[in-house]
Design a binder for this molecule. Structure first.
Ligand code: GDP
Length: 348
């Protein structure tokens, strides 16, 4: 297996690369996003890369820029310290999230992920609606989801939980595991095929790092996953990269995995918050009576506002695209009519 195949390159990618036909470029995979560039993997090995000014200029949406996991067309000049990325190959899958700030563009958290393990912990309440929303977002990304119920050692019997998830996790494999005791890990090891790209998704504290380390037999620890405290005191990984596990599987390590679902799975949110969807004094009364957690209500209101905003922006975009389309169409009609008139003139 050459370098590229070990990183997931297959004949489909080769075809896509060939059809780009940029002179002198070689295929490469983005294995790390850095503040000021990328680390890429080519058949000659690993190195740094930048994007061309043109690609930066033409990428009106952040989505169009290379993200970790992307296959790109790269030039390597002899003696140059860095490669230059000319184009991003069409993505097979893309895990998206809304960009922070005022824009409504999506950010690619990770590209070309084959399989996403969605983790939920057996020692806290199952949140079926939330799981449903995440599963929807994973399906939408193009990747295949599996559900992993973690910390099975803290739960006497996972059967009820698995049954409760049966309806929403239709067509999705569900596994109960204990990274601590090693239970169920052999089944998960089946997902770690050489060249396949996998991601672990789930709330902070659900056991992602512990599971990855257990699956990797501890060897992934040498990649010094940097931990930083965010303002809420939770720890988050700051890296954004792909790590090759001992099995040959490619694990995407990015801090954006927690919130990626909000962008694409807006529908169904009303169901998630059914019990707080009744507006008016009932809400105030419920909060007063201690039946409704004010924080939960506040976050619901915030989410609704965000969604309304995204929706407005998206419809504006759609209108703009329609207008541009109409303008192009009428220009084309005018040109055709002119051409017809001209040809008729010549025919006579
Ligand atoms: P992450 O934030 O999703 O990466 O979660 P961590 O891997 O940091 O785990 C959070 C906490 O859960 C740590 O204290 C772990 O020791 C604990 N934990 C992880 N997996 C298990 C498990 O299988 N059983 C038990 N009992 N605890 C676990």
């Amino acid at each position: 297996m050459n370098h590229l195949e070990a990183w997931g390159y297959d004949p489909g990618h080769a075809d896509a690369f060939a059809s780009l036909a940029h002179d002198g470029t070689v295929p490469a995979r983005v294995i790390e996003e850095q503040r000021d560039g990328y680390r890429v993997l080519t058949e000659h090995g690993e190195g740094r890369a930048q994007i061309t000014g043109r690609l930066r200029h033409e990428a009106q949406e952040r989505e169009a820029l290379p993200a970790v996991g992307d296959w790109v067309a790269l030039t390597l000049s002899p003696g140059a310290e860095q490669g230059v990325i000319h184009a991003v190959l069409p993505r097979r899958t893309a895990l998206l999230r809304k960009e922070a700030g005022t824009t409504t563009t999506a950010q690619v958290v990770a590209a070309n992920v084959d399989h996403v393990l969605l983790l939920t912990s057996l020692n806290s309440d199952l949140e079926p609606r939330r799981i449903e929303r995440y599963l929807a977002a994973i399906w939408e990304s193009g990747a295949i989801p599996s559900l992993v119920l973690t910390k099975s050692d803290l739960c006497d019997d996972a059967t009820d939980s698995i049954r409760a998830l049966g309806d929403i996790a239709l067509g999705v494999d569900v596994h109960a595991v204990s990274a601590l005791k090693g239970d169920g890990l052999d089944v998960l090891a089946g997902y770690l095929q050489p060249g396949l790209t996998i991601a672990l998704v789930g709330s902070s504290g659900v056991g992602k790092s512990t599971l990855v380390n257990a699956l990797a037999g501890g060897e992934v620890q040498h990649v010094d996953v940097i931990r930083a405290r965010d303002e809420r005191g939770q720890h988050t990984t700051t890296a954004r990269r792909i790590v090759r596990l001992p099995s040959g599987a490619l694990w995407v390590d990015t801090p954006g995995m927690r919130e990626f679902g909000v962008w694409s799975a807006g529908e169904g949110l009303d169901e998630v918050v059914d019990d707080v969807a009744q507006p008016g004094c009932a809400v105030g009364a419920a909060i007063e009576a201690g039946q409704l957690d004010p924080e939960r209500f506040a976050s619901w209101v915030k989410l609704q506002r965000e969604l309304a905003f995204i929706e407005r922006k998206q419809s504006q975009r759609a209108r703009l695209a329609q207008r541009q389309g109409e303008r192009r169409f009428s220009k084309m009609v005018r040109a055709t009519m002119k051409d017809t008139r001209r040809r008729k003139g010549l025919d006579h």
